[in-house]
Ligand binder design. Sequence first.
Ligand code: FMN
Length: 205
Amino acid sequence: MDGKQLFYERRSVGYFDKTKKIDRQTLKNIINLAVLAPSAYNLQPWRIIVVESEEEKTKLQKLSYNQAKVTEASHDLIIIGNKLGWDNSNPVWDEMLESVGGNEKIVENSQKAAASLYGCSEKYQIKFAESNASLLAMSIMLAAKEYGVDTHPISGIDFEGIHREFNLKKNEELIMTICMGYFDNSKSLRPPRPRLDFDKIATII
Ligand SMILES: Cc1cc2nc3c(=O)[nH]c(=O)nc-3n(C[C@H](O)[C@H](O)[C@H](O)COP(=O)(O)O)c2cc1C
């Protein structure tokens, strides 16, 4: 799909066709396209829980203020950011070492900078996890549309409940969930609501 069209056609779809499931290959294609999203130092501090079984979707729906779309969707994604994704245990640093021809100094300096920028306090660790993983979330929604799959981001959720019930680790930040599936064509989607344009949101200095 043309890039501009993709932006116009992505919508938060409240009604999913329960009979249509996303096949495994399409699911993988979407995620493997979406991971082209940018991240600080390319650290990719994120992971995704793909909720597929009816049982797990029902559990998630209860923790999403009972929003029906959670179980109507073919799959739900739990988008998770890693607050410690900047630290030396991230294997991306090894790949970086290779990509800079084994120059350890470059990697060490980057690790020090990342630690001081993103690891200096809980606040900045959360910022790091949220900013990076939110870009992944947006990327997933656009990639899905490219594959003809509809989405719906949700943050009207019980963050603590999902963290606990889906066994997120202490260093992991729940960012949002995304319902994915195919729009129920027997329903109609409200027209898109207007957006604040450049003149309203941008300041040139
Ligand atoms: C982070 C985030 C959280 C959202 N949470 C909810 C939600 O819990 N329930 C809901 O019905 N819509 C939710 N939305 C959808 C927004 O209402 C929707 O994106 C907005 O109205 C614009 O519509 P559009 O996505 O169709 O362009 C959320 C959107 C975002 C980006």
